[in-house]
Ligand binder design. Structure first.
Ligand SMILES: Cc1cc2nc3c(=O)[nH]c(=O)nc-3n(C[C@H](O)[C@H](O)[C@H](O)COP(=O)(O)OP(=O)(O)OC[C@H]3O[C@@H](n4cnc5c(N)ncnc54)[C@H](O)[C@@H]3O)c2cc1C
Length: 465
């Protein structure tokens, strides 16, 4: 429990109106989009890098845990302050500082909502491609700290592919800069890449520079409907093997389709076993050719119907369907546990089969959707945590889903991060030596373990490991 005089000192740094300390106000800051919970001793809203630096100096001096927080849409428990201390809410650092149309980059504060940046650069004919389904909520700081992916990941990559420079504050309050505004930069260690995906455990990010690209001239979206999910899985592999790179290749299974239809009523085919959603973009002639080839592959692999979006409204409705997957599944039962296991793209079918087999064997309802083109599936277990017996089966199923992903050459998380949710599986993927190396990085940058303690690592990292 933090001494109240320390909270007074924080208020002197950031101003009284930028600190919360009343228990009822703190409650909200104990959660993210998972089932995890914690309770901070106070919430601090910095508005400048200097504020963050002064907060970290004080925290370091008194060994107070600091949990950086964006919009708390995280799906691995990253912004849940499990050890108390300071919840450092970055949402009031929310300015777009520069959109540079000569050198094609943007500089933003971490609290800028991802879709705000996407919308603003679009006004200049530019594209910031990473578009998580949560983009209308989540912040750039959270997206960088989780290395968020999105629906355009297959062709354009994920957040790390666009971050070229950062300003960050170290655990002891020192402010440092990484990267810059150039497209090429190999000076020294790539500290930018180290911080991207570091989940608030190595530094607090206070400014982000991202590269931008010209917006594509044309787009075509289509939905392919399959009576058997295995045909959809085969289609994914075939599209990738054929050398096509659509911007988007997403999958939704029967359970997800019906949950979205229940929630949104947008005319999805309830009887389908799976849907694949594609978008081709770029030069109009190339888009035309690519979309025709995708259609051909879908039909050859058993698609029963193909719906091509006739205009922007229809295109938007296809995307709404996909973006609504998780919120719609979450309405079905009181508890919804979403996994993020990712496999090599040629193994999507095997992973789908493994998930279905696990669901059947444990008598569970698992809806699967995700970025199929990236091999990044989101098996989502719909259950009720008041039912202890069911939750035991759920735990076993989660274990087996990770086992299956690792067996297929995959990874624990494709985009949601490790946080609390997957930390106990880390050693299985990286072994003791792999974990020891990561621990050394953590201990070197945060020797007092005050930056988001308990995340990524189960055991407190120390230099002697
Ligand atoms: C409906 C729904 C759909 C989603 N779809 C996607 C998707 O398509 N792709 C995807 O990748 N994710 C998705 N997510 C997960 C989530 O939205 C992303 O991980 C997002 O990037 C988190 O951003 P946030 O601002 O909410 O961060 P938070 O949840 O607040 O924090 C996430 C992590 O970042 C750290 N952090 C936040 N700000 C900073 C900072 N300034 N400096 C250092 N560390 C910081 C926190 O400590 C925490 O560890 C989805 C979530 C939901 C609820």
């Amino acid at each position: 429990m933090m001494d109240s005089s320390l909270i007074d000192q924080l208020a002197e740094i950031v101003g009284q109106k930028n600190v919360l300390r009343a228990p009822e106000e703190l409650l909200t800051y104990g959660y993210d989009a998972t089932r995890d919970e914690g309770r901070p001793d106070c919430v601090v809203f910095p508005t400048t890098t200097e504020h963050v630096s002064a907060v970290m100096r004080l925290a370091s001096e008194h060994t107070i845990p600091v949990c950086a927080r964006g919009a708390a849409s995280g799906l691995s428990g990253g912004s849940v302050p499990i050890t108390g201390g300071i919840s450092l809410a970055m949402t009031r650092m929310n300015h777009i500082l520069e959109i540079n149309t000569d050198d094609l980059f943007a500089r933003v504060e971490p609290g800028v909502v991802v879709a705000t940046l996407i919308d603003e650069v679009a006004k200049h004919g530019l594209l910031y491609p990473p578009d998580p389904s949560s983009m209308r909520t989540c912040t750039m700081g959270g997206a960088v700290a989780e290395n968020a992916g999105g629906l355009r990941g297959l062709k354009y990559g994920v957040t790390k592919d666009y971050v070229i420079g950062l300003t960050a504050v170290a655990a002891d309050g020192r402010v440092f800069h990484t990267g810059g505004v150039t497209m090429k930069n190999v000076s020294g260690y790539d500290m930018t890449k180290l911080l991207v995906g570091s989940e608030g455990t190595l530094a607090v990010i206070t400014e982000i520079t991202v590269k931008l690209i010209p917006a594509p001239e044309a787009r075509r979206s289509l939905m392919a409907i399959f009576g058997d999910i295995r045909d959809a899985g085969r289609t994914v592999s075939e599209v990738i093997r054929s050398g096509l790179i659509p911007a988007t290749l997403e999958i939704m299974d029967r359970i997800t389709i019906n949950a979205v239809e229940d929630a949104k009523g947008i005319g999805l085919p309830r009887e389908a076993d799976a849907l694949l959603l594609f978008e081709s973009d770029g030069d109009p002639a190339v888009v035309e050719k690519e979309a025709a080839r995708i259609e051909e592959i879908c039909r050859a692999n058993g698609a029963s119907e193909i719906r091509v979006a006739a205009d922007d409204e229809e295109r938007e409705s296809i995307y709404t369907a996909r973006r609504a997957s998780l919120p719609s599944l979450a309405r079905v039962k009181p508890t919804c546990i979403l996994e993020d296991a990712t496999v090599p793209r040629s193994k999507v079918l095997e992973m789908l089969n493994a998930v279905n087999e696990i669901a059947e064997r444990h008598g569970l309802v698992i809806g699967t959707f995700g970025h199929a083109g990236d091999g990044n599936l989101h098996p989502t277990i719909i259950c009720d945590e008041r039912d202890a017996e069911e939750m035991e089966r759920v735990e076993r199923a989660i274990d087996e889903i990770f086992e299956a992903a690792l067996r297929l050459g995959g990874t624990l998380s494709g985009e949601h991060g490790i946080g609390l949710a997957k930390r106990r599986y880390m050693e299985r993927q990286f072994g003791p030596e792999g974990m020891a190396m990561m621990s050394r990085v953590k201990a070197a940058l945060d020797p007092k373990n005050i930056l988001n303690p308990g995340k990524i690592f189960e055991v407190t990292p120390c230099l002697t490991s």
